[in-house]
Design a protein around this ligand. Structure first.
Ligand code: HPA
Length: 465
């Protein structure tokens, strides 16, 4: 029976046998060492594997780097690496870390849900430019954790009081290394330590500080497949790549436009079916923007996945609509307080009557406040979400107008229903691009200005919630 547990003092020698003792000793004496994240695989009191994560700084936040994984060669191909990875990830997650980064061979890390660090806008350190650099999100965060990675294992602990020494289980193992000698010493050891080379397959031959040494240690192909990624068939993002608030235009190229024009450090998280999705900062707030496609089935899929597969709380649709009522004009901004529909989307819920899809009240109130403060003329009311753009009998739409419905579009009802079912929040902000019963069209420039007005409201709203 294999148990993953925290390393204790008596494990040091067995761990040294399957890792590089000098590197381990240096790491244990460094600022990056966290005893809680030095774990061993214990097989009937024999140490058969070891995993170590150390602390790094990313944009001022303390996060983790996977620094060493080793499995006794006699125990390889038994799933021990998987147990070690899962054990370390779980513990790190419980400790509240958000990210773990790792440099090395993609095969190994992708298997455990790591993606290229650039997906999170985490810069590849120079030492990994020639290999690969990966990141895994452990806990969702709104904090701006991106940029350069500073390895705290490069720094020797300046001073250790008695208590720290006791906690620092490796402090009396091996010869102490002098502060600025660490790199040279390690380098020398790696070059000359032939025994070490014999007992281990070293992935990172040119990296002295990363000692990831196991490869094909996952047996079950199905399990391997399921661990590879948490993405969906339509969204390649890994958990944590998408902010809590997502702004959704119908057109993915509009998503690109918003990301490039308004977000700082936008990171592209999805290109599946060209449905671009980005996460970046708007006035220091982490915000995502992603296309929804046209119509309720498309909005239904993307918003469902955002709410249920990712940690998305708020979706703000930004779209265009055709005016139905006489007093609604081109370029007017409309907030959909509720959405009538000719679709059967709600049948799935098997309700004993008609469901009324409505906007989240707090989002509605705030959006109205923002628009008014900005001097924007905004209409708030009922809209209609239709399945049919080229309606053979356009006159039927007059019946919606008769009931006070302001305009017609094709996505809001599905969005509001998905939000209701997932117990999340949604709002639709629309710009009138045409009138179903009156002449007139917007020029390209007017369309653009109207769109930017709407985006500004959506972004300010995203910032406030
Ligand atoms: N019908 C449906 N959706 C629309 C329209 C329309 O006339 N105009 C803009 N979005």
């Amino acid at each position: 029976m294999i148990v993953i547990r925290k390393e204790v003092f008596k494990d040091i020698n067995p761990v040294n046998r399957i890792t590089d003792p000098v590197i381990m000793d240096a790491i244990r004496k460094s600022e990056g060492f966290i005893p809680e994240l030095s774990l061993v695989a214990d097989c009937d009191e024999d140490v058969v594997g070891h995993i170590l994560m150390t602390e790094v700084m990313i944009n001022g936040f303390k996060e983790l780097a996977l620094t060493s994984v080793a499995v006794d060669p006699k125990y390889q191909k038994k799933g021990i690496a998987r147990l070690l990875f899962n054990g370390a990830h779980d513990r790190a997650r419980e400790m509240g870390y958000h990210f773990v980064v790792a440099g090395g061979e993609p095969g190994l890390f992708k298997r455990f849900g790591y993606v290229a660090s650039s997906m999170y806008d985490i810069v590849v350190p120079e030492r990994y430019l020639e290999t690969g650099f990966y990141a895994k999100c452990l806990n969702f965060t709104e904090d701006p954790i991106f940029g350069d990675v500073i390895y705290l294992m490069d720094r020797v602990k300046p001073y250790m009081d008695e208590e720290t020494k006791r906690k620092d289980i490796g402090s009396n193992v091996g010869e102490g290394l002098k502060t600025n000698d660490i790199r040279q010493n390690i380098r020398k050891t790696v070059q000359t330590n032939d025994i070490g080379q014999d007992i281990r397959k070293t992935v990172q031959t040119n990296d002295i500080r990363q000692t990831v040494k196991i490869h094909d240690d996952v047996q079950d192909k199905e399990e391997e497949k399921s661990m590879r990624s948490n993405s969906t068939p339509h969204n390649a993002a890994e958990p944590g790549m998408i902010a809590r608030t997502v702004i959704m235009p119908g057109d993915p190229l509009r998503a690109k436009y918003i990301a490039e024009k308004y977000l700082e450090n936008p990171v592209l998280f999805n290109t599946v079916r060209n449905m671009y999705g980005y996460t970046g900062l708007y006035k220091k707030k982490r915000v995502s923007v992603m296309g929804s496609g046209m119509g309720m089935p498309s909005m239904g899929i993307y918003s469902y996945e955002l709410y249920n597969n990712y940690d998305v709380e708020n979706i703000i649709r930004v779209g265009s609509a055709g005016a139905l009522k006489d007093d609604v004009n081109l370029r007017d901004l409309v907030i959909a307080q509720a959405a009538c529909t000719d679709s059967n989307y709600a049948y799935q819920y098997e309700l004993p009557g008609c469901f009324s899809p409505i906007a989240d009240y707090e989002l509605l109130e705030k959006a109205v406040e923002i628009a008014r403060k900005d001097g924007k003329n905004i209409r708030v009311g009922n809209v209609a979400s239709t399945d049919i753009f080229y309606n053979k009998y356009t006159e039927v739409n007059k019946k919606w107008a008769k009931m006070g419905v302001l305009c017609i579009e094709m996505e809001t009802a599905a969005l509001y229903m998905n939000a209701a079912f997932a117990n999340k929040r949604a709002i639709s902000i629309l710009t009138i691009s045409d009138h179903l019963f009156k002449e007139g069209e917007l020029s390209a420039e007017e369309r653009q200005t109207g769109f930017d007005d709407m985006i500004n409201i959506a972004l300010e709203l995203a910032r406030e919630i």
